[in-house]
Design a protein around this ligand. Sequence first.
Ligand code: SF4
Length: 673
Amino acid sequence: MARSLVPTVCPYCAVGCGLTIVVDDGLAVGIEYMQDHPVSEGSLCPKGNAALEMLYHPDRLTHPLKRTGEGWLSIGWPEALDLVAGGLSKALCEGGPKSLGFIASSKCTNEESYLIQKMARSLGCANIDSCARLCHSSSVTGLGRALGTCSTTNILSDLANSRCILAIGTNFAENHPIIARWVFRAREAGGKLIVADPRRTPTAWGGDLFLQLNPGTDVALINGMIKVILDEGLINRRFIEDRTEGFSDLESSLEGFTLSEAERITGVSASDIVGAARAYARSPASAIVYCMGVTQHANGTDNVQALANLLLICGQIGRSGSGIYPLRGQNNVQGTCDMGCLPDFYPGYLSPEDPRTQGAFRKAWGSDRLPKAAGLTSLEMMDAALDGTIKAMYIIGEDAANTHPCSKRTARALGKLGFLVVQDIFLTDTARLADVVLPAACWAEKEGSSTSTERRIQWYEQAVEPPGEAMADLWIICSLAKRLGLNFHYRSSKEVMNEICEIVPIYRGVRPAYGKGVLWPCKKEGEISILHEETFPLARGRAIIRPVHFRRTAEETSSRYPFLLIIGRIGAHHNAGSMTMRSATLLGMAPHRFVEINPKDALSLGLDDGADVVVTTARGEAMARTRSTDRVMPGTLFMPFHFPGANYLVRGYRDEHSGMGELKIAACRIERC
Ligand code: SF4
């Protein structure tokens, strides 16, 4: 067989770096760098470099599996699909569409995501969600309400044109390293980098000003900056008058708020808050970059709205170098949301309650069973499984038993279902709870498109064959849908994309494009690299400024739980680690769970560096090894969430607007094992 080079996209994070797989004799034997890629320019981070290592891991699922008591039996596809169709149909007949739940995967292609939500809704079921719920649902809600869109407003390379970058709740130097290249290019050109984070991360080391705020106090910090900007007359009055609504409400809401109050709540000095506010407001082009340090809170939507308020009163949007960048996690989180794998939006963020949405999709899909209201979020689906309302679930590529907050509760909920089917590439902890497990192809083994955090839709070709009898998710979904009586006779991803382009307004005009990809929205006159240059897609074309007040949603410490545990990411691993833990290189970089502790706390507790400890919250405990470091403040700890068990520790408290769970902070204690 000939040697070939297959262009593809990194399967890990949503930066969407391009690479080429070298295929020899049907095997993926290496990668080549894609020098002309518009984002990565021939670079990859350690995860991208190790992307092929999971392909041939012996743990790959190779056959459909059926539960037999405590064990598994390998079965053929016809039997597996019949079992799944039977399990879903039984729940549907007995309890109606509300008895079903679907969780889609941001590791899947756009076409697969589109089809799974189409399947759910065609069965009359509105309970369709994805891992975006626990990543950027606060951005979908917060930015959607404020700006009318929820993606990055500018392309990533435009960060190099910013003269001031406020990076808050993001450690991009470690977790989105290719983005750091563009930020540091801005700095080389004289731009300022302000970093706000409870931890002194590698991103903070590279900043000009570091605001080490107390965990969970982002709103107070941002309102403090806004107060300075208002008091010093640094607002962009013309922009506010021409393009926004709600400014006077914001002004009145902050009348009694003082800088010393902001200092007291956040722990950041008033002079640093003033410095950050002046730098952001006065710069000719300022950008805000944020990630899950902002969104994964029970007040995540407030955090996002506060950031939107800041940029709107300064008019720092709609120009080169000025915009907002909510950095997505998994490679296709943006696309999964664009495709409507959210209970409150049809594809293209169209409201299910709008009769025009219902009419358009009823006509396009030929179904009169489509839901006319929002369904349950993934966390609400677990409540419904526990109370017996949901009886059957179909989960694709999501290890909910490890990723959900208070995740032991999720495992209990899944265990209570009458029927659970999990489709994945490895036997995850969630798959172990299933009645049937369907083996899926991974990204290099199928074709399709994904949409990166900068709205770039990129196509990848199939490079190699999946192992054993594993099949592409698209084939599995279509085969199952046909058994459920749906007309899913698609022959290829391109055929599905053609349908998407016809009915999803933001994807109109998209055509398969390898290498560089295409940005949505597509316009004949060229790519839209900057959104909102003239208008916002909201009523009257104006953005909405909405006051938000600081409220303490983080769990309070106590004599029993005297530390605040911060949970977050590290560079070597991804999500619940199902893929990165099967890469020898990445596992070698971070082989086990650790907990960062300030040297003063370590000394007072008599804990050496590398001590085996147990971290306990009101929900449970996790073992870890200490790392004594002043990255964390006294009184706080940091633990990565990739190793199974970390998300057991956080509580399930939720954001009332977005349904986001509080995943970032928990009160805890730490003791030697
Ligand atoms: Fe892959 Fe993200 Fe690393 Fe790029 S930055 S190589 S997309 S993990």
